[in-house]
Design a protein around this ligand. Structure first.
Ligand SMILES: O=C(O)CCC(=O)C(=O)O
Ligand SMILES: [Fe+2]
Length: 286
């Protein structure tokens, strides 16, 4: 057998079959908004935290309207043959001021800042975002989004090791989740595997569980946590989410950073606060 050189960087986000089968249990649902310290702790212990009721009913309706207005007016354009309805629109933070409403929500922003900013690695920034509507047939096996360093499990699980968080994503849910709508699935604590899932749906005896959230809730999770999505089997309804991904300052964003403000519309430049400008990569100090 050939010895192949591996430079240690992430190779695959998942390998083999990582789709949970059989019954699906729900993650514990919080009875209140976590305070910032609790939420930060949860990001290191569980790898995720649920913020209930981030958007109120009107804001949920507005976000759904905004998503419906995006992209092609022809719904058929998003029907992928032999798969599902899949409308995913990348967030144009530099063009559309509406996105500013969702990048620095109180509570979530402070947690993102605490886990991702560093004195020498730069302050937290928004790296990408998307609005995503998915219909019947859509499912996603467990995977990691980003894991820059594979860390052997015994090291990860030793009490004095802290794996930094390099990226974390906030999912805004715009439906009252039921299994048929394909909730996001999570294996709590699985970031401590230190690797991507391989033909498995549990870690350390902990099974895949569903985020049975309500419309307006946010799930914030680190990018090395094993997660996916349960299959949407609803005959008519589609699931609406908006993603806002945050990264450490060093990371590149997939939209033009605000230091190139000539690429920004006057509407975004006129509306953004200092905190929002920094999240969009203006390079200004606080
Ligand atoms: O749709 C979901 O609930 C999960 C999506 C996801 O994990 C991804 O796009 O990487
Ligand atoms: Fe993912």
């Amino acid at each position: 057998m050939n010895e192949t050189f591996w430079n240690g960087h992430l190779t695959r986000r998942a390998t083999g079959d990582t789709m949970h089968k059989g019954e699906l249990n729900s993650l514990p649902y919080p009875d209140r908004t976590p305070d910032i310290t609790e939420a930060i702790r949860a990001m290191y212990v569980d790898g995720y935290v649920i913020f209930p009721g981030v958007l109120n009913t009107n804001e949920v309706a507005l976000m759904r309207e905004r998503i419906d207005a995006m992209g092609s007016a022809n719904d058929e354009d998003y029907v992928v043959p032999k798969w599902c309805y899949n409308k995913q629109i990348g967030s144009e933070f530099h063009r559309n001021p509406d996105y500013l409403d969702y990048i620095d929500r109180p509570g979530i922003y402070e947690v993102a800042d605490a886990i991702l900013s560093g004195p020498d690695t730069g302050s937290v920034k928004v790296t990408f975002g998307s609005s995503w509507v998915t219909g019947a047939g859509r499912a996603m096996g467990l995977h990691v989004d980003f894991l820059p360093v594979h860390v052997p499990e015994p090291v990860q699980c030793s009490t004095d090791f802290v794996m930094p968080i390099f990226m974390a994503t906030a999912h805004y849910y715009l439906d009252h989740m039921i299994p048929e709508l394909g909730p996001t699935t999570i294996v709590p604590g699985s970031h401590r595997a230190g690797r991507a899932p391989q033909d498995e749906t549990s870690w350390n005896g902990i099974e895949t569980q569903a985020a049975m959230v309500k419309a307006g809730d946010v799930v914030f999770f680190r990018s090395d946590l094993w997660h996916g999505a349960w299959k949407n089997t609803h005959p008519t309804r589609r699931r609406y989410i908006m993603q806002v991904a945050y990264g450490m300052g060093y990371m590149q964003s997939n939209y033009p950073p605000m230091k190139y403000n000539e690429m920004y519309t006057p509407e975004v430049l006129g509306k953004a606060t200092l905190r929002q400008r920094r999240l969009l990569g203006s390079g200004e100090s606080a």
